[in-house]
Design a protein. Structure first.
Lengths: 159, 108
């Protein structure tokens, strides 16, 4: 009778320890990156299209002759796009564990400002430089989108 | 009690291997894409230097920019790698938790 009671007590102890263990393990899930954010992915795609259109319009609809590519003709568009890039940077910054995406946004903004200032200083832009700038930002937005979409891997069901 | 640590560890290892194997292709595809795009751009930078669109100073500055673009691409690959590691580690932990739960239910 006494042995049965001891066995019963050990069983209860085991269950309590096991439940405690499960709780501990559940609360210690590995977290290296934030969850996927479809709103950020959409904004990356929209801003990427905006930049692409900006350079394609400049290439196809203007020329260097008669100050056709003077900086002041594009100032408003430069500002609109810079606002979007700043917004993407801030949205990424407020998320914890997001340092890789923040760095991609910082680089994109840094190069955007650099090429804007080059255009401002030279007050024109050759076809070749427009093509090069377009390719550079296409690469950066692709990297940005790849990084955001990669976060979907963690929410996909296990194979 | 139905709890064999060797079987659980083998299952955990299998989950880690499976997750990494199934997602590794993604890293390779993206890295290949980055390299393809780089080839086209480096050709254009060289052409612009030859045509005189880029002065030597600006040519060197653009090559420095390419280092930044590469840094951005490596950051993107880092996110994919972290996502795979996170998924694999949590899949392994889930197996351990489920094994313990099964053991408890067999005791109860």
């Amino acid at each position: 009778m006494r042995q049965k009671a001891i066995m019963q007590s050990r069983k209860v102890q085991f269950i309590i320890f096991a439940l405690f263990g499960i709780l501990m393990i559940n609360s210690c899930r590995v977290s290296l990156i934030p969850n996927y954010d479809s709103a950020i992915a959409d904004q990356i795609e929209q801003t990427s299209k905006q930049v692409d259109k900006f350079y394609l319009m400049m290439l196809e609809m203007t020329s260097r002759e008669n100050d056709g590519r003077a900086f002041d003709k594009f100032t408003e568009k430069y500002v609109d796009i810079e606002v979007e890039l700043n917004s993407l940077l801030i949205k990424n910054k407020v998320k914890p564990l997001n340092e890789n995406c923040v760095r991609i946004c910082e680089i994109t903004l840094q190069l955007w400002e650099k090429y804007k200032n080059e255009h401002k200083t030279d007050n024109t832009l050759s076809d070749g430089l427009i093509k090069l700038n377009r390719l550079t930002f296409s690469d950066l937005f692709y990297a940005m989108l790849v990084a955001e979409k990669a976060k979907e891997i963690i929410s996909n069901p296990p194979e | 009690m139905n709890f064999n640590i060797d079987t659980v560890l083998a299952d955990m290892l299998g989950a880690i291997k499976g997750t990494i194997t199934n997602n590794w292709g993604e890293v390779k595809n993206v890295a290949d894409q980055f390299l393809q795009r780089k080839k086209e751009k480096l050709e254009l930078i060289a052409q612009l230097r030859i045509s005189g669109d880029l002065t030597q100073e600006k040519f060197e500055s653009r090559l420095q920019d390419e280092k930044l673009v590469l840094e951005a691409e490596l950051n993107a690959l880092a996110v994919i790698s972290k996502a795979i590691v996170q998924k694999a580690a949590n899949a392994a932990i889930d197996i351990l938790v489920n094994a313990v739960k099964t053991a408890i239910s067999s005791v109860i």
